[in-house]
Design a protein. Sequence first.
Lengths: 808, 171
Amino acid sequence: MAGSFMRRIAVFMADVTLTVDGKKLTVPAGTLLIEACKSTGIEVPSFCYYPGLSLQGACRMCLVEIEKMPKLQTACTTPVAEGMVATTESDKIKQARKSMIEMLLANHPLDCPVCDAGGECELQDMTFKYGAAESKFMDMKNHRDEQQWSPVVYFDRPRCILCYRCVRVCGEGMDVWALGVQNRGSGSIIAPNKEDHLECEECGMCIDICPVGALTSGAYRYKTRPWEMKHVGTVCTHCGDGCKTTLGVRRADTGMQIVRGDNRDKSGINGDFLCIKGRYAFDFANNPERLQQPLIKRDGKFVPSTWEQAFDLIASKFQEVLASHGPSSIGVVGSNHTSNEENYLLQKFARLVLGTNNIDHHRTADFPALASALAGKKDATASMRDVFNAPAILLIGNNPTEQHPLLAWQIRSNVRLHRAKLYIANSSPIKLRRQATAFVQIAPGSEGAFVQFLTANDAAADAVASPQLTREALSQMRDALKSESGLVIIFGSELRGSDVTALVNYGLSLGAKFICLGDYANSRGAADMGLYPDMLPGYAPVSSATRFHEHWLDEVPTAPGLNLLQLVDAAKAGNLKALYVVGSNPVARYNIDPFVLSKTFVIVQDMFLTETAASADVVLPVANAYEKGGTYTNTCGDVQMLKKAGEFSGVRNDFECIVRIAAGMGCDVHKLVPFGGGGTRADMGQSRGAQSGESDQHAVWLADHNLEPKMSPYDPVAMLDEIQRLVPGYDISRLGLLSGHDEHTQLVQITGATGMGHPELVMPANDKLFTSGTLGRFSATLNTVMERYRTMPEDVEIAAGYDPMVRE
Amino acid sequence: MGIVKNIAAIAKGMSVTFMEMFKPTIVENYPDGPGPTRGAMFQDRFRGMHVLQRDENGLEKCVACFLCAAACPSNCIYIEAAENTETHRVSGAERYAKVYNIDYNRCIFCGYCVEACPTDAITHGHGFELATYNASSLVYRKEQLLAGTPAHEGANAIFSQYENARLIPKK
Ligand code: SF4
Ligand code: SF4
Ligand code: SF4
Ligand code: SF4
Ligand code: SF4
Ligand code: FES
């Protein structure tokens, strides 16, 4: 963070040249000595310094010798100067560091064997490096019992080394200010905002950043030790922001159990940020209610069955319905939590194998409107990284602090570190207004009118008017926005259809980039992959001939299918004979009377016996996104790889289930999943191209991209190959994906048809910080934090007595 | 000449045999000897089946720090930690080992775990009769490894497994 901050100042400031340990280096003026050293590979030890947070100068571990300066200096607070000559290792420095550690250890309990930080504790590492193994102090250590501040935050006071990182990250980073300092000097104590407990966002950032085991996590408490875990970097499966998370997994009775989530390696778009959901709410996977066996309903009761029985039953039922009532009597509902590959496969299965366009998902934002408004314009969407670097941001609707925690973090950090300008129009006084350059509180539901106002339509001002708003403020914001270059416009699901078109036209005239906020981890992916009755992947209308028609879609009806609500109506009328629901809970989400589905053969793939699953005829227990590979597209369009971390015995992943059902129906699986191929052993001499008598375009594409044909029909990467080949915007770097980077896609519609999408079908879930749809209901941690059960005051006031600008 | 030489050689050899015949035996009479070890004798340093010791209050010494598991070259120690509560106190520190398994299929009796233990909880006892027809019974649980009484009350490692059989209530 500080790195890019420095780079930014560098534009304005000249470089200076200095010498560190005999190495000459040139860095921008204003760089801190500790960062300059880091840039050339010299590590200066530090406790209180943390990149991106204000300077503290409290621990004096970073002492270095600088020529012409009388005493040792703290590298973390000293900016570089022209001709500076610094030494970072000498006997004098070693001695100074050693005595600093001695001081820190004076009252440290040294209970490393029972401390959760043991093994990855910065104090342990430093003691190991600088010695100080013997104490010169004779006094008894001052013991204090460990305190539990919340279900997830524990505080062990004697272990604290008073680096104030936690206080700063909670205040400056999170803007929660829940932690403060009591007393002065060495008697200082870190204290929670409610005397003996915390009321905060429970993000765990303070725990993560604590260099020792003073703040520890309730969820991870005593579960294991760092070296016992395997660490897997994957993507959070909750909100649409797509934080990278490193999951610690350990073997348990049910398979590999996830015991910890963090992102200490700062890989990914989120750096070390995670909200409570990413950090703790992986525990739905271990919920005892989780299904471990396929269930088939017989005489109104579920009986466990084998996978073979379940697949056979589903395949034969589909064939029966197809033969008797035709493809239009089957509906498919996709998910916001399954991977891109599974979504693509599902719609391909529906269109190719079932022969129907009756496919939909729970829509949480009007992505099609944005795609069609952009009309093929490239580089017009912003990535999550852009939100941290953009000079100006306009936020219309939504409440990112609650609904998009990472986005809120990026905005706050950008404003704090880069002095970005933030403009907000919202119908409630959302917390981010505290960072805003300008905030207008508009009338509820008037976001569209606000856009009209921006496009110089003064008449719209009346519709926007609210008691908290003056006409001047509104006009001032419009004028200020006019002169912003490099603007990023972020809008929530309040804006749909023609409002989005108007906003895009307005924004493009300013050269802005856009972000449309959808609710769930792969809401954007579900939209991009064509889980729509009237659109194919890439928002291509089903009615027009597209590249999908060339490649696999020859016999599909070109008329749009039924959307979710129409599917329900069809079920009511008795016309829906089979419904295939993958990872979704429409019965609860759309408040459907389960009786409506009683005449429909319902197949549900889910982790739990949800309301929809309870009214199903067959339930297949499946893996969640932490337990499989694939890709996710976050709400900005950044694609990231999922890696298999957890494992739960008895379940299979959605991808395999779909392929198995298709195979059971007699479908040639090669047509569904492009695996095998020219001349490889797995191919058994049957490449797709050879079968259809055409040149094998897939094989040509693979060869062109230096990729190998995949060997298994259950390999989601084979589907990714096809997605990258056929879905516009997804021709991203495979190498980047594989090495764990986020790759931004273009939001380009295949044909520039306008007026697509059905804004009225967008039903945002409006999950808050402590809820996450079905997943949240089954997460023990999310259910135990008390903040979930109260409405947070929009504003948590700054903890009295702590001013970040004043240092002791 | 040759015959005399041969006879002399045989006589010399047999003399050793006959001399040994009348000396007292120094082989242990295991397994038919007296006492709980059935005649087996050990050097003190013998590394046999592990014993998880108790402190002077009878609480378990192990605090589930996983250091033994980290030190173990054959990766045969499996631990699950849990927290002591006011009503349920198992060890002297904040945490204790809820599960502590040693897989004797893999243990090489190297003693590294004993070296690593910060609380002297795990020790090598002298138990050695581990052979079995069923490999799965070689995974010993905490209940099988735990000393019955604190060491100063005579939890002699040699006898601990016999004591355990006596002291641990049957479910
Ligand atoms: S909000 Fe709570 S959990 Fe997050 S840093 Fe602040 S005190 Fe810690
Ligand atoms: S609790 Fe941890 S992060 Fe906070 S001041 Fe103490 S040592 Fe630093
Ligand atoms: S901000 Fe969103 S993606 Fe990131 S950890 Fe929280 S829920 Fe997960
Ligand atoms: S004796 Fe060696 S092999 Fe056996 S448990 Fe201990 S460390 Fe592992
Ligand atoms: S036996 Fe010793 S080293 Fe092993 S977990 Fe227990 S206390 Fe730690
Ligand atoms: S790191 Fe420089 S004083 Fe703490």
